[in-house]
Design a protein around this ligand. Structure first.
Ligand SMILES: [Zn+2]
Length: 118
């Protein structure tokens, strides 16, 4: 491959994008909110406040012996389909899985367990 003199085309970089147009390079950018207490579900929101999708995915957990335990996490189909169309299904799935993992690490599981104590 030819050296192009250090010029990088930004289009070549594999980044996740919300259908609203917001590029999400870092999983830190997602907003995570815990509103659905009765469902034990954490919403993953688009960093763009005026996003028409808003909810991009969710994390579900359960309470075991007073401690919050990760159950499952997933992105919603419109977001996944959009990125699969852009990056290809394999690549998109791989990156999104990595994002979910990072998002789950941001959750304060200990605190979550305390708030859910019955
Ligand atoms: Zn968005």
């Amino acid at each position: 491959m030819d050296d192009v003199g250090g010029i990088e085309t930004s289009e070549e970089i594999d980044v996740i994008q919300c259908p609203c147009g917001r590029v999400i390079k870092d999983p830190e950018e997602y907003k995570i909110v815990y509103l659905k207490h009765e469902l034990k579900e954490i919403d993953i929101l688009c960093p763009n406040d005026s996003c028409y999708l808003r909810e991009l995915g969710y994390i579900k957990f359960e309470i075991v012996n007073g401690k919050a335990k990760f159950k499952e996490a997933s992105f919603y189909p419109p977001f996944v389909t959009w990125n699969s169309g852009r990056l290809g299904a394999d690549k998109a799935t791989k990156i999104l899985k990595e994002h979910l993992k990072k998002i789950a690490q941001r959750v304060d599981w200990e605190r979550l367990g305390k708030t859910e104590k019955t």
